[in-house]
Design a protein around this ligand. Structure first.
Ligand SMILES: Cc1ncc(COP(=O)(O)O)c(C=O)c1O
Length: 385
């Protein structure tokens, strides 16, 4: 009676069952997996956020497939502040980057067509692809003095059914940005094979580097879709405001925009109060990002301080984003390890396989965890080895 694409194994995995039991028993928990910024003790300008949602202009309906022009201009302004010129005409507002992915997949892929994704990376891709009947093919990232794309493997992974290559910039959870030599190479591969680059830039602003990495929004070397939104930029995931930008060779771009317009017009999905609030929500990013970057730096300094006192575990390089990847002894499966850390130490971390790390021995901790929990949780975690 149901579509095969929904034949997911929905039974909770052993780790989520252990976590639910731990919580149900009321045991104390040091949760190093928190990624919801609204629950991490950051300060928001509550009245500015709430007041802007009661704009009387929301009482009239002005359907526009791309979204309200005032909101798109504000998004273009966000790029202009970064010295990157994006036209409001090339922007489509969506209710999330997840929805933006569905627009992109629907524009590019027939059922069974393939999209390349980095590995390790963000776990939601599997579901996004299943729902759109897209097949995901992973291309490995290599760690050698920092993360980099394995271009040999990426090229081997391309088949006649490949329609796009996803780049997460910076990647979640490895926290590395695509470097300019890599972008040049991606452009030459994608333009030669006539496939699109799909750049997920939700963490773009959260860099720990001196030089601010460029956005793919102004990339002209290959057909490019750039996705971002306010979930991370302004720490407002509940507002469901994101966008999609088409860029690249002019002829390709105008055709992509025309097709996207039909998809977007079919849904007209972003509600008026949120669209009207986007300019104000974007202004909130400065205060939010300052707090996040300060916390990420403090938590990284703390984990480094604790790692310096032992020899068993280490941390992988972080260039940006909200995660730290720890290398730990691979003496058991990382799921078993995460369960033991929970039961024996009351610490919750993500096992690496959650993000498709190729082997055991990796744990992922959220760097936006409030500092005291992060310090105590890290201490208990390291004391386990
Ligand atoms: C790489 C990446 N893309 C997209 C998202 C989700 O963004 P949105 O809330 O706009 O769908 C996340 C959320 O963690 C993410 O890590």
């Amino acid at each position: 009676m149901f579509a095969k694409r929904t034949n997911w194994n929905l039974a909770p995995n052993r780790l989520s069952a252990a976590l639910a039991a731990h919580r149900a028993a009321g045991k104390p928990l040091l949760d190093l997996t928190v990624s919801n910024p609204t629950e991490c003790g950051f300060e928001y300008d509550r009245s500015a956020i709430l007041n802007v949602l009661s704009n009387p202009a929301a009482l009239s309906y002005e359907p526009d497939p791309r979204g309200l022009e005032s909101a798109r201009r504000a998004v273009a302004g966000y790029y202009a502040r970064r010295k990157e010129e994006v036209s409001a005409e090339d922007i489509f507002l969506t209710t999330s980057t997840s929805e933006a992915y569905s627009y992109v997949f629907r524009t590019l892929c027939d059922p069974g067509d393939e999209v390349l994704i980095p590995s390790p990376s963000y776990p939601l891709f599997d579901f996004l692809a299943d729902i759109q009947d897209v097949s995901l093919v992973r291309y490995p990232l290599l760690y050698d003095h920092g993360w980099q794309i394995d271009f040999h493997a990426l090229q081997q992974a391309i088949t006649p059914r490949t329609r796009g290559v996803i780049v997460v910039h910076p990647n979640n959870p490895t926290g590395h940005f695509a470097k300019s030599a890599e972008i040049t190479k991606l452009n030459s591969i994608c333009s030669a094979r006539e496939i699109a680059l799909i750049a997920d830039e939700v963490f773009l602003d959260f860099t720990l580097e001196e030089n601010r990495p460029a956005s793919f929004a102004t990339n002209r070397g290959a057909p490019t879709f750039t996705l971002s939104g306010l979930s991370k930029i302004s720490g407002l995931p509940q507002m469901k405001a994101a966008w999609l930008i088409a860029g690249g060779p002019p002829q390709w771009k105008s055709e992509a925009l025309a097709r996207l317009e039909v998809i977007a017009d079919t849904y007209l999905s972003v509600n008026a109060p949120v669209q009207l609030a986007i300019p104000r929500f974007l202004e909130q990013r400065h205060a939010f990002q300052e707090q996040v970057i300060a916390r990420v730096r403090r938590n990284l300094a703390e984990v480094d301080r604790q790692l310096a006192m032992q020899k068993t575990c280490s941390r992988m390089t972080v260039e940006g984003g909200w995660c730290a990847v720890l290398r730990v002894p691979a003496t058991r499966s990382d799921e078993d390890l995460a369960i033991q850390l929970l039961t024996a130490r009351g610490v919750s971390v993500h096992p690496g396989h959650f993000y498709e790390f190729p082997t055991d021995g990796y744990l992922v901790a959220s760097l936006i965890t409030p500092e005291r929990t992060f310090a105590e949780g890290t201490g208990r975690l390291l004391s386990f080895f």
